[in-house]
Design a protein around this ligand. Structure first.
Ligand code: ZN
Length: 138
């Protein structure tokens, strides 16, 4: 894959991870990085309980700023997969953060994506963590 950079405004009311995934698919990205800032009407953040090896979800039921959104693109189950983490701030500036789950409703968002050259980077289930991590040497 050739390197590609793009910038996009994401639609009002859309789901953040879904809209980023749509962009990834439309541009045939199989490995790369994502940055996103803006604001959300509400959010859902994941926290991985390492002992239990499972995610719990924190619902943020108020408008928040995306103070920072950082992610990456790789392949999972044969499809491009967006892995995104968010730091969200409320009106008092206090922040919460975590793994972006379905349910982050966009108010306004600007994304910058960079697709990197090279073979698709593939996620595989890792026994030690229970997570789908990049294959070694990817
Ligand atoms: Zn994560």
């Amino acid at each position: 894959m050739a390197a590609i950079s793009l910038m996009a405004r994401l639609p009002l009311g859309g789901d953040l991870v879904e809209e980023l995934t749509r962009l990834v698919l439309a541009n045939n990205l199989t490995r790369g990085g994502i940055m996103v800032i803006g604001s959300l009407r509400r959010a859902a953040l994941g926290y991985y309980r390492q002992k239990e090896k499972q995610y719990v979800t924190l619902s943020v039921d108020k408008p928040v700023e995306i103070a920072s959104g950082m992610g990456n693109i790789s392949m999972k189950d044969g499809k491009p997969f967006v892995h995104l983490h968010l730091v969200l701030s409320g009106e008092d500036g206090a922040c919460v953060g975590g793994h972006a789950m379905a349910g982050c409703e966009i108010f306004a968002a600007e994304a910058v994506m960079r697709g990197l050259e090279g073979n698709p980077l593939v996620r595989e289930r890792d026994e030690g963590t229970g997570l789908f991590l990049w294959a070694k040497g990817g």
